[in-house]
Design a protein around this ligand. Structure first.
Ligand code: TYD
Length: 210
């Protein structure tokens, strides 16, 4: 039985990470691997229940600390119920967002130390490789707008948060990539999905082959 492989994809809203995750899952399945494609917040029934508290309607009136605890609770359930069992079965797990989203989105204030402490004590599982899809907020916005034109009910976080917020997130993701070069690869997310997918495969070649 092959060893399980835990991969995560990250990036600002509209960078195209979910498309790349789906393409990667398909690619690995054609190579004969069993793949669990999952997401955060969510991924398990309990995680999805917590996700509804966080992202639906007005997203609740949580303090920054409570929000961190909810994201962490959702992750704990996701790891217990979905990710660890799949890895133990030798499967590939691709999670669309994971701890680096918490670092980027919740870590800007004074919670950075709490994020690391909770992760080390209560989650204790890191991906082998994290791909951060990197795109300017302006380009990501144009992409999100095109997507929104085809899906009227989509929540539009870009409208709510703005380009300046996305720029701050992009910087946070750059810092994460610089801090952990062995685990994290920054991927140029500009161009067609096919062009970006070639970069995705190149960034995983040592783990999955060509
Ligand atoms: P989602 O619809 O999955 O966004 P996207 O399609 O861009 O992945 O909603 C998840 C939102 O939750 C997204 O705006 C990022 C945010 N988030 C955090 O703030 N912290 C976290 O730890 C995670 C996992 C997500």
């Amino acid at each position: 039985m092959p060893d399980g492989l835990f991969l995560t994809v990250e990036g600002i809203d509209g960078a195209g990470k979910s498309t790349q995750a789906a393409m990667l899952a398909q690619h690995l399945r054609t190579k004969g691997r069993e793949v669990v494609l999952t997401r955060e917040p969510g991924g398990s029934p309990g995680g999805e229940a917590i996700r509804r508290l966080l992202v639906e309607a007005d997203g609740g009136d949580w303090s920054a600390t409570t929000e961190l605890l909810l994201f962490t609770a959702a992750r704990r359930d996701h790891v217990e119920k979905i990710i660890r069992p799949a890895l133990e079965r030798g499967q590939v797990v691709i999670s669309d967002r994971y701890i680096d989203s918490t670092r980027a989105y919740q870590g800007k204030g004074d919670l950075a130390a709490e994020i690391e402490e909770l992760h080390a004590r209560l989650i204790g599982l890191d991906p082998v490789r994290t791909l951060i899809y990197d795109l300017s907020p302006e380009d990501a916005r144009a992409r999100a707008d095109r997507r929104a034109a085809g899906a009227a009910s989509r929540e539009d976080r870009f409208e709510r948060r703005g380009v300046a917020f996305q720029g701050g997130l992009r910087s946070a993701f750059h810092e994460i990539a610089a801090a952990e070069p062995a685990r994290v690869r920054l991927i140029d997310a500009s161009g067609t999905a096919g062009q970006v997918f070639a970069r995705t495969c190149a960034a995983l070649e040592d783990l999955i082959g060509g």
